[in-house]
Each structure stands twice: as structure tokens, then as C-alpha cells.
Design a protein around this ligand. Structure first.
Ligand SMILES: O=C(O)C(=O)C[C@H](O)[C@H](O)COP(=O)(O)O
Length: 229
């Protein structure tokens, strides 16, 4: 899958559960819960030792779930994510080495941005889908509306402080591809094996995102070098 395929899938689901998992054996039930709730996608953060194995388990037992790696701060983590089977990688910031390695490995990287300078660093590498992190703390929708003017054509995945209460406000903006958040599958709910609660939270998020999905047409962009001025 290339960046465009990933963006299209993000726009289809509207919400990306950000997951921190301590025990990889919980991954199949987690994947099943997300799929049952209508959100067959997950960003598994490399904040625990179980991340790579959890990604591998998701790929094996719930192949319908699109699995990405989160908290990818360096190239070895990116390589580990790809070996485990992640089909995209997300980072809280923009590490040029990670972005460049992603291109070499054929693994789409969604770097984190929180300033115009960051956005330009992404554009300089032909990346037009970025994570906006930490969304609420870094200016929220007001920031996105302001930067969407000079940076038309950039799609954002706001993450950090997104909840069912503010999700719709973000998704109503065409430059928001999807929102990420940990509220759907919290570390606590997974540890306590409350997979029905996770499926219910996924279902609620899916329902909140549903009205906006149709306003997000499939985007097809020419690579930067072929775009006319
Ligand atoms: O781990 C990463 O790569 C991150 O960038 C951080 C997470 O995306 C946020 O911690 C999720 O934010 P909340 O939904 O507010 O909990």
C-alpha cells in the first residue's frame, strides 16, 4: 500500500484507534473487537515490548484490520514494524531519517507536525498526509484552519486530546483525513480484557464519523514533481 491507499483507508474509517498493548496475546481479541465495532484499523504504539508481536498477531488472526505502527521514533523501530507486518507507520514528530527510510522500505510513514516549519519539512519530502500532534495542546482546530490556507492539499490526522465530544468538529473539515485517539481501546480496557467495551466504543466512534465519510472523496494527487504550479 502506498501513501494514497493509506489515506483513502483513513478517510473511509475516519477514526484510528491508537493502542498501547502490554500483552500480545490480547491482540486477536482486540482486532476482533475493532472489526466488530466497524473500525478495522489500529495504530499499535511501540511504547511496549509487545508492540511487534501484537502487530504480527493482528495480521495473522484479524487480516481485515489495517495495522499500523505508532511511536516510530527511529529507523530500527521502523524496520521492526515492517518485519512484524505493519502497513503504515506513525510518529509523533518528523524525523527525516525515519521518513526517508520509510520511502526506501516502501512503508508509508505519517510523520507528526505541530508547526508550519514541520509541514514544510514533510512537503519537502513529498509527504502530504501528516499527523497533527498533540492536536488539542498544539492549537486544535484553530491551528488546522489557519495552516490549511497556505498548505492546501495537505491532509491531517489530528491526534492527542481527541474525544467523542470534539471528533465531529475535526472530521467536518475536508483537510482532516481521520482522527487518532486512545479512547477507543485504552490500555486499561485491554488489560482488563473488556473487549465488549472496546467494540462498543469503536461502534460509537464509527457512528460519529459516519456523516462525514461521504464528504471525504477519494483523493488522487499527482506526485509533487508532476504538479503544475
Ligand atoms: O504514541 C504516539 O506516537 C503518539 O503520538 C501519542 C499518541 O498518539 C497519543 O498519546 C494519543 O493521544 P490521546 O488520544 O490523547 O491519548
Amino acid at each position: 500500500m502506498n501513501h494514497q491507499d493509506i489515506e483513502n483507508r483513513l478517510r473511509e474509517t475516519g477514526v484510528v484507534p491508537v493502542v498501547t498493548i502490554r500483552n500480545a496475546t490480547d491482540a486477536p481479541a482486540l482486532g476482533a473487537a475493532l472489526a466488530a465495532g466497524g473500525l478495522p484499523i489500529a495504530e499499535i504504539t511501540f511504547r511496549t515490548d509487545a508492540a511487534a508481536e501484537a502487530i504480527a498477531q493482528l495480521r495473522r488472526y484479524t487480516p481485515e484490520v489495517l495495522v499500523g505502527a505508532g511511536t516510530v521514533l527511529d529507523v530500527p523501530t521502523l524496520q521492526a514494524a515492517q518485519r512484524a507486518g505493519a502497513v503504515f507507520a506513525v510518529a509523533p514528530g518528523l524525523n527525516p531519517e525515519v521518513v526517508d527510510a520509510g520511502r526506501e522500505l516502501g512503508l508509508p510513514v505519517i510523520p507528526g507536525v505541530s508547526s508550519p516549519t514541520d509541514i514544510e519539512a514533510a512537503l519537502a519530502r513529498d509527504i502530504t498526509l501528516v499527523k497533527f500532534f498533540p492536536a488539542e495542546a498544539a492549537g486544535g482546530l484553530a491551528f488546522l484552519k489557519a495552516v490549511s490556507a497556505p498548505y492546501a492539499g495537505v491532509s491531517f490526522m489530528p491526534t492527542g486530546g481527541i474525544t467523542p465530544a470534539n471528533l465531529s468538529d475535526y472530521l467536518a473539515q475536508p483537510f482532516v483525513a481521520a482522527c487518532g485517539g486512545s479512547w477507543i481501546a485504552t490500555e486499561k480496557a485491554i488489560a482488563e480484557q473488556r473487549f465488549d467495551d472496546i467494540a462498543a466504543a469503536a461502534r460509537t466512534a464509527r457512528a460519529l464519523a459516519a456523516p462525514f465519510r461521504s464528504t471525504h472523496p477519494t483523493v488522487t494527487r499527482a506526485p509533487l514533481e508532476t504538479r503544475s504550479a
